[in-house]
Design a protein around this ligand. Structure first.
Ligand code: SDX
Length: 426
């Protein structure tokens, strides 16, 4: 019989710390009793800390397993549409045919943005990074929905989730069009979610005979699914922490976008392509690997805080990469270079000892490049897709009582000292 309590003895005092089991994965030790102990827990980077309970996504890093509401990621990516996965993240399970039709229609209804929003873009330089634009514009969305910003109102929360999932592709495409100096394209009601995004990205008003490409559409939709959610990663934790203050959901999602931008997180897909460009050819791989082992650089797209095995998303991404390149008749030397890097890394003790495997970002950039998406848009697409995960966690937080997140610290600064006038300072 497993213990129901952990015991902590410190300074002659013994504390009973309840052990709480979930449905899957590690149990947790409730350390609230530390409040009386005169100690804080200390866990830089939250390597062993679970700040929340959640029912949305489960990851088994050792097995390389990822479940969204219990459904394995490869089965979702290969069989469901992204919006079905978004529905499952929001509502707890895949939609029935009727629920799917209703949800898809609701999303379609909210894909346009207020025409005044176009003026926001004009304040940016044409060469602004699209992630800088997205942080600004998404945060500003709250200025357009004053009547639906009461976070304690369930209907306001629900319509905001719909608006954010529906409008992210429109805003993402606008950030790209603006950088190209091309006119914005309006969403079409006869296109599905991925088709609309690609249309708004690549069509122009002159394209009277714009044609969808089913292979690219399916690949895009799969990429959205593979990025939809991932438990309590840095950007999702940011959304939750911002949400714990009662901030409006647009501000919380903008905070998530900002956190995702970092190269250690969602910015890695862009960094992988830059790394492949820097290496150039397969002949240069050994020299580059020496730089990695001497810790001059990291092998971008490799390693993960949770996966100490293959990232299951990377495997689906690699299959999709092969499909897209074959269907488009593209022989991208970057794919060959990436596979050479992967092969060497998977056989090299430096990587094996550190459990460093390809993660979701390693192959995504190659597919996105093959689809014609510029590197600067890679993380924007990650943010677009992750919005369904972020807002599902925000909704989950609001579905039960919560407290403002307020971590403590280990203080190692100056002890108390008196003020010194400037003329007396040495
Ligand atoms: C995402 O959390 C999520 O779920 C994120 C994500 C999601 O969907 O939300 O999955 C998306 O962010 C994927 C990760 C994308 N980032 C990258 O590909 C950037 C390269 N990866 C590393 O920066 C790193 O692996 C992290 C940030 C992803 C994980 O860092 P950790 O868990 O803090 O690991 P660590 O830094 O403690 O590394 C352990 C060891 C160290 O070596 P030692 O000091 O012990 O000798 O492994 C080394 C690290 O230096 N290491 C790497 C490496 N990653 C870790 N060495 C070379 N190349 C790498 N990529």
């Amino acid at each position: 019989m497993a213990d129901t309590n952990a015991k902590l003895t410190v300074n002659g005092e013994e504390y009973e710390l309840p052990i709480i089991k979930g449905t899957l994965g590690r149990p947790v030790i409730d350390i609230a009793a530390l409040q009386e102990s005169g100690f804080w827990s200390y866990d830089p980077g939250f390597k062993v800390t679970a700040p929340v309970e959640s029912k949305i996504t489960y990851i088994d890093g050792g097995k390389g397993e990822l479940l969204h509401r219990g459904y394995p990621i490869d089965e979702l990516a290969n069989n469901a549409e992204y919006l079905e996965v978004a529905y499952a993240l929001l509502h707890g399970g895949l939609p029935t045919a009727e629920q799917k039709a209703e949800f898809f229609e609701k999303i379609r209804e909210h894909t346009p943005v207020h025409d005044q929003l176009r003026k926001f873009f004009e304040g940016f330089r044409r060469d602004a990074h699209p992630m800088a634009i997205m942080v600004g514009v998404v945060g500003a969305l709250s200025a357009f929905y004053h009547e639906d910003l009461d976070v304690s109102n369930e209907e306001h929360r629900e319509i905001t989730a719909i608006r954010l999932i529906a409008k992210m592709p429109t805003l993402a495409a606008m950030s790209y069009k603006y950088s190209q100096g091309e006119p914005f394209m309006y969403p079409r009601n006869d296109f599905n979610y991925a088709e609309n995004f690609l249309y708004m990205m690549f069509a122009t008003p002159a394209d009277v005979d714009y044609e969808k490409n089913d292979v690219i559409t399916r690949a895009m939709d799969k990429i959205f699914t593979l990025h939809a959610d991932h438990e309590q990663n840095a950007s999702t934790s940011t959304v939750r922490l911002a949400g714990s203050t009662g901030a409006n959901p647009y501000a919380c999602i903008a905070a998530g976008i900002a956190a995702l931008w970092g190269p250690s997180h969602g910015g890695a897909n862009e960094a992988v392509l830059e790394m492949l460009d820097e290496i150039g050819t397969v002949e240069n791989v050994p020299e580059f690997m020496e730089k990695v082992k001497s810790r001059e650089v990291k092998l971008m797209g490799f390693g993960h805080r949770v996966y100490k095995n293959f990232d299951p998303r990377a495997q689906v991404m690699k299959e999709t990469c092969d499909e897209v390149l074959e269907a488009l008749g593209i022989n991208d030397p970057k794919l060959e270079l990436a596979m050479a890097l992967e092969k060497i890394a998977l056989e090299d003790p430096f990587f094996i000892e550190r459990n460093l495997y390809p993660n979701v970002d390693f192959y995504s950039g190659i597919i996105l490049k093959a689809i014609g998406i510029p590197t600067s848009m890679f993380t924007v697409i990650f943010a677009l897709a992750r919005t369904s995960g972020w807002i599902s966690h925000w909704l989950e937080m609001h579905s039960a009582p919560f407290k403002i997140g307020r971590p403590r610290q280990l203080y190692t600064g100056e002890t108390r000292r008196d003020f010194v006038k400037v003329e007396d300072r040495k």
